[in-house]
Unconditional design. Structure first.
Length: 330
């Protein structure tokens, strides 16, 4: 990621954007996109061992070689650290993507999810308020819709019935974002991500896990009868949506970012098998607590307010992911 002298000079003079969770799947890709277009980024990440921190180190290795990126290792719940970043860095905007992830693990440890995802978000909001940042982008989740029956999911639907602690923590995060906009006029966009996949995806997520198992010649665990469906959204589409919200002059909005093309679980497994070139063998398991039967994004607001459309099909995205995975594990 080489840069010319004029670009480096502009970074040194520009006010940076704080990206939390900058070493993660989405955060590292957003940080790269910002730096590539000449933005200065401070990346905050605690390298949570939920999955191998070495994978996160790999995510930011190239970024750390750039003059446009500064990595700060620490926790968003550390108020003193967070305030120091704003004080020392003259932060212009925040893209808050850090979170304790995973629906199923949240059922085992709801307190940890409340602390990281709710308390951490409030710590950031308070520091951003004091610094009078120009924009705050909050990475939310389609899980806030719970087991909603009305599809596609629209941003005006009720979200007061989450079915996992992870989902509840995202509902609470959105509520605090609205409160800070209402009280302090902080420009705010909450983005509800729908089942993001692609290179650097967390190894515990379904597509990554299924590719690994197929290549190892092992069976695919399928929870339920295969009729559940998800709105799988490729990482490059998500990054474009985040940057569109970041560049906008919206004052307060909640916006879905999804493919708007839900795929059944059994169809997704078949598509992964086709991308890998291995016929899946299914290990049938019961439904998992906390899982929702479907997700399906209405992206009308994203189209109208951000000029955003999903561009990647599942087949295209899976081919890219499998190629990346094979290259990384070669």
């Amino acid at each position: 990621m080489a840069q010319n002298d004029s670009e480096v000079g502009s970074w040194r003079n520009a006010r940076p954007t704080l990206v939390t969770g900058a070493a993660g799947f989405i955060g590292s890709r957003v940080s790269e996109a910002l730096v590539a277009r000449g933005e200065r980024v401070i990346g905050l990440d605690n390298f949570d061992p939920y999955y191998d921190p070495a994978l996160k180190r790999d995510n930011v290795a190239e970024l750390e070689a750039s003059d446009g990126f500064e990595l700060v290792e620490g926790d968003i719940c550390d108020g003193e650290l967070v305030r120091s970043i704003f004080a020392d860095g003259d932060v212009r905007a925040v893209i808050h993507l850090a979170a304790k992830a995973g629906v199923r693990p949240s059922i085992q440890d709801p307190l940890a999810y409340a602390k990281a995802n709710v308390e951490g978000t409030v710590v950031l909001l308070e520091a951003a308020r004091e610094a009078q940042v120009e924009r705050f982008i909050f990475g939310s989740s389609s899980s806030v819709y719970g087991a909603a029956n009305e599809v596609p999911f629209g941003e005006d639907q009720r979200i007061d019935r989450p079915v996992s602690p992870y989902a509840a923590s995202k509902v609470a995060g959105e509520a605090f974002c609205h409160t800070y906009h209402h009280l302090y006029d902080m420009p705010m966009v909450c983005l509800r991500f729908f089942t993001v996949y692609g290179p650097r995806q967390r190894p515990d997520l379904a597509i990554s896990k299924f590719v690994r198992l197929l290549l190892a010649g092992e069976p695919i665990p399928r929870f339920g009868d295969g009729s559940s469906s998800r709105d799988y959204t490729y990482i490059e589409d998500i990054v474009r949506g985040v940057l569109a919200a970041y560049d906008s002059d919206l004052q307060y909005e909640i916006i879905n970012l999804g493919s708007s093309s839900p795929i059944r679980l059994d169809e997704m497994i078949a598509a992964v098998g086709e991308a890998v070139g291995v016929a899946p063998v299914i290990e049938q398991l019961p439904d998992q607590p906390g899982d929702v039967p479907r997700t399906y994004a209405n992206v009308t607001k994203a189209r109208e307010l951000l000029g955003w459309e999903p561009e990647w099909t599942l087949a295209e995205g899976l081919r890219e992911f499998v190629a990346w995975y094979k290259d990384r594990t070669a």
